[in-house]
Design a protein around this ligand. Structure first.
Ligand code: VGL
Ligand code: ZN
Length: 202
């Protein structure tokens, strides 16, 4: 097996590294550092374009999960929910952080929480523009090893990592590439993920 085909068995899932969770209405702890860590991890997994016949996206798939809500979403405080308005369609807050934009492709971008009455923490419930799920894409790409980073540890990262694990993937959470709502909650979620068989990489 050559190194290129080996690479194709793993992928990175980037959960909600969106402006509102970094410097916007729901800015999370460690979010900026987490984005830098994610970018550094990606750099270590990709090779310069001139050395790569398939293109970097072909070699190491990077899936982006994006929380994406209508203005009248049920999770917003003003609509009876628990969160400040965030990741509203068409706003800067709903966009992926600039540092990661070079790696974004339409096929590997999945939106969740798009319906007014839908609260979807897990990226597993998201779909890309063609209506494909993360499960479908990971199956098509023959991916067994999945790295996960993102925001927030206690909510969408945890839900996504646990669903990937339940689907039988070998899941590794990049602990330094996480943003969180609360430090204690973050630590507790890491312990619980580890107890459910998810690997932590520091
Ligand atoms: C999230 C709360 C509401 C998350 C999304 O990405 O963890 N948390 N919407
Ligand atoms: Zn949300």
């Amino acid at each position: 097996m050559n190194s290129t085909s080996k690479q194709k068995e793993s992928a990175l899932v980037v959960v909600d590294m969106l402006n509102d969770f970094i410097d916007g209405s729901m800015a999370c702890l460690n979010a900026r550092e987490a984005v830098r860590e994610a970018a550094a991890f990606i750099d270590g997994k990709t090779v310069p374009a001139e050395e790569d016949e398939d293109g970097i996206f072909g070699q190491f798939p990077i899936l982006f999960i994006c929380d994406h809500h209508p203005q009248d979403h049920c999770s917003f405080i003003e609509n009876g929910g628990q969160w400040p308005a965030h990741c509203v369609t068409g706003t800067r807050g709903s966009a992926i952080h600039d540092l990661l934009m070079p790696y974004v492709t339409e096929e590997l971008t999945f939106h969740k929480g798009c319906g007014r009455e839908q609260e979807q923490y897990s990226g597993w419930e998201g779909t890309n523009r063609a209506g494909q799920s993360v499960a479908e894409i990971l199956g098509l790409l023959d991916i067994e090893d999945v790295y996960v980073c993102g925001i927030a540890t206690e909510y969408c990262v945890r839900a996504t990592a646990e669903d990937l694990k339940k689907a039988g993937k070998n899941v590794t959470v990049l602990a330094k590439a996480l943003g969180y709502v609360d430090l204690e909650g973050h630590r507790k979620a890491l312990r619980e993920m580890e107890a459910s068989g998810i690997n932590l990489f520091f």
